[in-house]
Design a protein around this ligand. Structure first.
Ligand code: SF4
Ligand code: SF4
Length: 433
């Protein structure tokens, strides 16, 4: 697709990158066939090709038609279009640039502004999120049915009273924000699983920045990313053989290579950085790109990205066979978009569950988003719930006992409409005795 970016934007790194991505699109329209919003609404401007045109127009004219914001808002950032596109168009990155240009010029309604402010303030802060859930639980009976169904029920965690085996590996596990408030038992279960096969887990608290990134609040997103990098490096510094963290000042070339070898040494102390929420994993794996121009954090961000793997990748690599924690249960698997399209991790969870003894049921249209998509189910509730109901119809068609997934957003969103348990797939594996 030819494009002539407006002069003021063409000289920026963003403008250059956007033009580069737009030029790879041959406007064939294949992507529309797998785009959930195009399939629901049937409007070209609510499909990837139409949105690419809209972003192109913004870049060429350097002005924003109010309608553009609405069509970009309706995009789930599920990236199913990237998986389908034969030309390798990096739509997710283009949308990120488009939203970043458009968002500051938008006139949001008071309600939208309040909701965005609430999301940005509460969700990334696990303690505050827990407080809101507790208050919500007290007045659950007063809530309208939809809100009541969406309010999570937090499981009590029982400490395992077993003798710990010798650890021969060490990993860092991202606690996440929403997940650590809503389903803390998932990471606890993973810690027990890893412990049972000799892997020690060190939990790292803090938000990865993906929620703010999703809302195009770049400053807040970058600050959360840098804070998480600080937390990770502080822990790594304290591990045996630790050097001191030296990333808090600008460095000359010589100092930089010295810092690089420090960082390499530091990150070599752990086997991997893990996340059980695929929505966090996809963002942390992308820190290398997102923080590439962020001075002193750029180098560390690259190490963090390179070291981060999804828990399914890590367990597959370990090669351990786990048994089923719920044998004889029929399971429908829902792969979050952030796992299958964002991280391109496909087939691994299915394999681990099948090796544990589960028979996974057939699910129609497994590539289609469930409508959770970060903050989408709150900000675009009507479409979000339509997509949820369609997804549940596919997942429930073969009458499973359990729905399994890999991201806290999908889990809570699907659970709000399902009468059977929706679990993180990790919970379906039993620690090795
Ligand atoms: S499939 Fe790819 S090349 Fe074709 S219109 Fe969609 S984004 Fe462009
Ligand atoms: S990211 Fe998803 S919703 Fe957005 S254009 Fe691509 S396929 Fe459609």
């Amino acid at each position: 697709m030819e494009t002539r970016i407006a002069k003021e934007l063409a000289v920026t790194a963003q403008g250059e990158r956007a033009a580069e991505i737009i030029r790879t699109c041959v406007h064939c329209g294949f992507c529309n066939a797998t785009c959930p919003t195009y399939l629901l609404l049937g409007d070209e401007l609510d499909g990837p090709r139409g949105r690419i045109y809209l972003i192109k127009e913004v870049l060429e004219n350097n002005e924003v038609d109010p309608v553009v914001g609405q069509h970009l808002d309706r995009c789930l950032t599920c990236r199913a279009c990237e998986t389908t596109c034969p030309s390798g168009v990096e739509y997710g990155e283009l949308l990120e640039i488009g939203r970043e240009l458009v968002t500051p010029q938008r006139a949001f309604s008071l309600r939208a502004r309040l909701t965005r402010a609430w999301l940005l303030r509460v969700v990334p802060d696990a303690r505050m999120m827990r407080r809101w859930i507790r208050i919500g639980s007290l007045v659950r009976w007063l809530m309208p049915p939809k809100l009541r169904a969406a309010l999570p029920r937090i499981k009590k965690i029982r400490a395992r009273d077993i003798e710990r085996p010798k650890h021969y590996k060490k990993v860092l596990l991202l606690d996440g924000c929403a997940q650590s408030a809503v389903t803390p038992h998932v990471n606890q279960h993973l810690i027990a699983l890893l412990d049972s096969v000799g892997v020690e887990t060190i939990s790292i608290g803090g938000c990865c920045g993906s929620l703010a990134l999703h809302l195009s609040e770049m400053q807040q997103a970058e600050s959360a990313m840098c804070n998480l990098i600080d937390s990770l490096t502080t822990v790594l510094d304290k591990l045996p053989d630790g050097g001191s963290s030296s990333h808090s000042h600008m460095l000359s070339g010589e100092q930089r290579s010295e810092q690089d070898s420090f960082s390499r040494h530091k990150f070599a102390k752990v086997d991997a950085i893990l996340s059980t929420a695929s929505g966090c994993g996809v963002t942390v794996k992308d820190y290398k790109r997102l923080l590439k121009d962020h001075g002193e954090y750029a180098g560390l961000a690259a190490y963090v990205s390179d070291k981060t793997v999804d828990i399914a990748e890590y367990l597959s690599e370990l090669g351990v066979k786990f048994d089923a924690s719920e044998p004889d249960k029929a399971v429908s698997w829902h792969a979050p978009c952030t796992l299958q399209h964002g991280q391109k991790v496909t087939g691994l969870v299915e394999n681990l569950l099948e090796r544990a003894g589960y028979d996974l049921l057939q699910v129609r249209d497994p590539h289609v988003c469930c409508g959770s998509a970060g903050t989408y189910s709150i900000l675009e509730a009507k479409l979000g719930f339509q997509l949820r109901d369609n997804k549940l119809a596919s997942l429930l068609a073969e009458k499973p006992d359990i729905i399994a997934t890999a991201n806290i957003g999908c889990q809570s969103h699907l659970q709000s409409g399902a009468s059977i348990p929706v679990k993180h797939w990790i919970e379906l594996l039993a620690p090795v005795e």
